[in-house]
Each structure stands twice: as C-alpha cells, then as structure tokens.
Design a protein around this ligand. Structure first.
Ligand SMILES: [Cu+2]
Length: 167
C-alpha cells in the first residue's frame, strides 16, 4: 500500500564516485585541514557594525531548529543525505547543510518520531507524509540560494531545516 516514489536515482550516485575533485582554490592552504577551525582573528577594529546582510533572517530561524549544529559543509558531493526523524525524532540531521549547485539531496526517514514530511517554505519542494523507516524524498538543487523547510506536523516543536546551495 505504501507508495514509494521519489526514490533517489542511482545514476547520480554512480556519476559521483570516482571523480572526487577536491580543488581548493590555488596553491597553499597553509597549515591545518581542521574543518572546525575558523580563523577567529579578523577583528581588532570595533566589530559592531556590518549588518549589511541582504539575506539575513535565516540564521536565527535555523539556529533555533532542533538538532542544529552549525551549517554542515557538504559541498563538492553530488548526493547528500539528510535524516528525517534524527536525534531521537523531531529533527532533521543535519538541520542545516551547505551543498553545491546540482546536488541531489535525499531525505531519509529513520522511522522515529512519528509522521514527518519535508515542505519548503515557498513551495519549491514538498514531500508526502511518511512514517516508515527507509522512506525517502529527493530534490535536486540546481539554483544557488537558501531553502528553508519544515516538517508540517512538528513545525511548532522546532522541526525545521535548511539547505544552502552555492555555486
Ligand atoms: Cu516531523
């Protein structure tokens, strides 16, 4: 009875394997490849100003989402998986993820937390409601930008997520 459309396509996955092009700009990357590290030392002058943000609003919205732990950088991968019903149930995992344009994102239901769906705030994608583990929903992000989405049944509980797509 359960319909399982929106299956991820294998061809994109296969295309990804083998060409792991990790080219970081040109030349020296300096010391550590520590992903967590963020050069904290730009300041010095007074750092109060600088609200010239054209695309703000997303930060607060996503920072208060369940299971939020910063924007997880998955750029350079052609398929990225996001758990639905992560962290015990009412969360996406990762809640916020950064991907490259053209990436196929696969939401993968864990089976925890009851029924969930994935609904983009501007209607750019929307899944059905699923409960079963192994249900999936796939969207290919062709256009750079920030995509915010919620789980309809649990939006009031903080079950929301974001995909940031970069060129
Ligand atoms: Cu939910």
């Amino acid at each position: 009875m359960a319909r399982h459309h929106n299956r991820p396509s294998r061809r994109a996955v296969l295309a990804a394997v083998g060409s792991t092009a990790l080219v970081f700009g040109s030349g020296c990357v300096g010391g550590g490849t520590d992903e967590a590290g963020g050069q904290s030392g730009t300041g010095g002058e007074d750092g109060t100003g600088g609200d010239d943000g054209s695309a703000s609003g997303t930060d607060d919205w996503i920072a208060s989402a369940n299971n939020y732990d910063g924007v997880v950088d998955r750029t350079g991968e052609s398929t990225v998986t996001v758990g639905v019903g992560a962290a015990g149930g009412l969360a996406f995992g990762p809640a916020a993820v950064r991907v490259s344009a053209g990436t196929e994102v696969v939401w993968d239901w864990t089976g925890e937390g009851g029924q969930h769906n994935v609904v983009e705030e501007n209607g750019r994608f929307e899944s059905d409601l699923y409960r079963e583990a192994g249900s999936t929903f796939t969207h290919v992000f062709e256009t750079a930008g920030t995509y915010r989405y919620i789980c309809t049944p649990h939006q009031a509980s903080g079950m929301r997520g974001a995909v940031e797509v970069v060129e």
